[in-house]
Write a protein that binds this ligand. Structure first.
Ligand code: SAH
Length: 368
């Protein structure tokens, strides 16, 4: 066990848990409020920066706890302004986070696991295998690091922040840590990023889709479909052998029935040239969704190519034709524009790559 394993990462505790921790520490509860605000609202990365705490308390905290565990290893900036962060956990595993500035909001794409156990053939992350699931603190820290890098430590972001759980890993195989991290980030005394602004994407872990249907405070949901038939989906996304389309779409219907005003539910469909993008497959996809009486929108994602992957993106005309067939059958469809492809920051390209446009992280970003 490393030194870090024994220390509690206070960034991974809810406000209530922090109060408990601080009381056990023999300190008054208001210290917990100060610390929570410092870590999550002011986005400080070490106890030594929390100047309102007495020096003796900071020293005691340093012995038993930590304010941060992730460090930036490198940072890449795309022509389109997208930033990719390659971070490292205390036990040296890669974590990737992508910051995507848009006109009206910023979107931060975070990872739920280091690597991924699913074997989707079109995704580069799959080649890492699962290294391990991330802790709640490691999930929250990714957002803190990205915001501090974009705006400066503790500075108020210029736009609203949306989060998408579409980085490395399968969020629904790390459900408890994910939900806990989202709860911490929703706290008005902290980052105050409410579930409304969060979308979690799953390859189709059916029991967790059903569970999410029962949870009142929840993120928006995206389901990665990738294929219109079991035969094709078994091949592209082997998780389909465990939870085939009928079961997955049945759970989706259950979920859809619980949707409240303002909640969003979408399907993702990666477009692979000559593989899953034919007219026939568009009809099959529309019929499948209609048969299950699902009304969620379909986002078409042109494949982001990467060297070891055996696919090419569908040409733009093919994507448009696919879209018009879906729409002719009443399926709302949207084509997603790739961001940060040049720095391997786009969907499916996260595999801890270390080349291109490297910009060293400054010591200030790494923190104490
Ligand atoms: N494991 C989760 C979240 C990570 S993948 C999931 O499967 O949903 C996020 C999205 O990127 C998914 O919709 C996935 O199908 C898509 N994707 C994966 N590899 C891709 C690639 N090379 N090009 C385009 N999209 C890809």
């Amino acid at each position: 066990m490393s030194e870090m394993d024994k220390k509690t990462n206070l960034t991974g505790l809810s406000h209530a848990e922090l109060v408990e921790f601080i009381e056990q520490f023999g300190e008054p509860a208001y210290r917990a409020r100060q610390i929570f605000g410092a870590l999550h609202h002011r986005r400080l990365r070490s106890f030594d920066e929390i100047s309102e705490l007495p020096k003796a308390l900071r020293e005691r905290l340093n012995e038993r706890a930590t304010a941060s565990t992730l460090t930036i290893e490198s940072r890449y900036i795309s022509e389109d302004g997208t930033r990719r962060f390659l971070m490292k956990t205390h036990d040296n595993l890669p974590v990737e986070t992508v910051f995507i500035p848009e006109e009206r909001r910023d979107t931060i794409c975070f990872s739920s696991q280091s690597g991924c156990p699913l074997q989707c053939t079109f995704c580069l992350t799959a080649q890492l295998g699962l290294l391990r699931s991330l802790t709640p603190g490691e999930i929250v820290e990714q957002i803190i690091i990205a915001l501090n890098d974009a705006y400066g430590v503790g500075e108020k972001p210029l736009r609203g922040t949306n989060l998408v759980g579409m980085g490395a890993g399968e969020p629904f195989l790390n459900f408890d840590s994910l939900m806990k991290a989202l709860g911490i980030m929703a706290d008005p005394q902290g980052l105050f990023i409410v579930p409304h602004r969060v979308t979690v994407s799953t390859a189709g872990i059916v029991p967790r889709v059903q569970e999410l249907a029962t949870i009142p405070q929840r993120p928006n949901l995206a389901i990665s479909l990738g294929a219109p038939t079991n035969e094709m989906r078994d091949e592209l996304m082997p998780i389909n052998k465990k939870w085939p389309l009928e079961e997955l779409l049945g759970a989706c219907k259950e979920f859809e029935q619980t949707l409240k005003a303002g909640e969003r539910f979408t399907f993702e469909y990666v477009m692979l040239d000559g593989v899953n993008d034919s007219d026939e497959q568009a009809r099959q996809l529309a019929n499948l969704l209609n048969r299950h009486d699902l009304h969620a929108r379909v986002n078409l994602i042109p494949h982001n190519p990467a060297d070891p992957l055996p696919y090419q993106p569908s040409p733009a005309e093919r994507v448009e034709q696919f879209k018009s067939i879906l729409e002719s059958k009443g399926v709302r469809t949207f084509v997603r524009r790739p961001r940060g492809r040049d720095i391997f920051a786009a969907c499916g390209q996260l595999a801890a790559r270390r080349e291109t446009n490297k910009i060293q992280a400054s010591s200030q970003l790494i923190g104490a």
